[in-house]
Design a protein around this ligand. Sequence first.
Ligand SMILES: [Zn+2]
Length: 254
Amino acid sequence: MAILDPGPADAEHIDAIIAACHGETITKILVSHTHADHSPGARLLKERTHAPIHAEGCHRPSRDLHLGEVNPLDASADMELEIDVYLKDGDVIAGHGWELEVIHTPGHTANHLAFAFCDGSGLFSADHVMGWSTSIVAPPDGSMRDYMASLDKLMARRDAVYWPGHGGTIEEVAPFLAGLKDHRLGRERAVLDRLSQGDETIAQMVEVVYRDVDKALHGAAALSMFAHLEDLVERGLVLCDKTAPSLATHYRLA
Ligand SMILES: [Zn+2]
């Protein structure tokens, strides 16, 4: 058997995973990405099973940090994952009676992987496509441009169902993915609209675009808006007053 995303480094949880395998041999540990709720348990599970840890690469931001930039996402990252087998897009991992294709899906993190059964029966989408809410895409660990490209990559496939890292099974894959893409494009239009109305800062835009959202979530909303603005600047649609986009930058339409 292979275990995908053993979770946090919690010995009781690792006991529960091993018990759920009913004596089957665990030969592979797969990691979708290096967030604290997905990967730190890999080390404990490896100690118990000696199964090698498979992942795309160590935790890293999607781009180089700008001069003086502090990464607000460091606390959620697992910097300590020790990888035995490095996976890349298109690799096939096989066990007794199953074959999984590795699909690199950067955006939520740079090292994010999805895994699809080669017979098309289903895909483990981890945090790229979740069943309970939209994914967090926040610079510098996340990249909106990469996230949208990874959505397009999955939309071109025909996997029957998705099993996300959070939330239940997604049965209607195509409309679900189309809905996620529409949601992001809607946010992007809202940002462009606010800039055309004269807003210059993320704080101003969040007040309006997220007015129906609990203020406690406005910090996360600001990071998402930052991801959109970074993407719009890269695409030449938006300009900023400093050399690099940041949460504090003043923006204007190009
Ligand atoms: Zn995550």
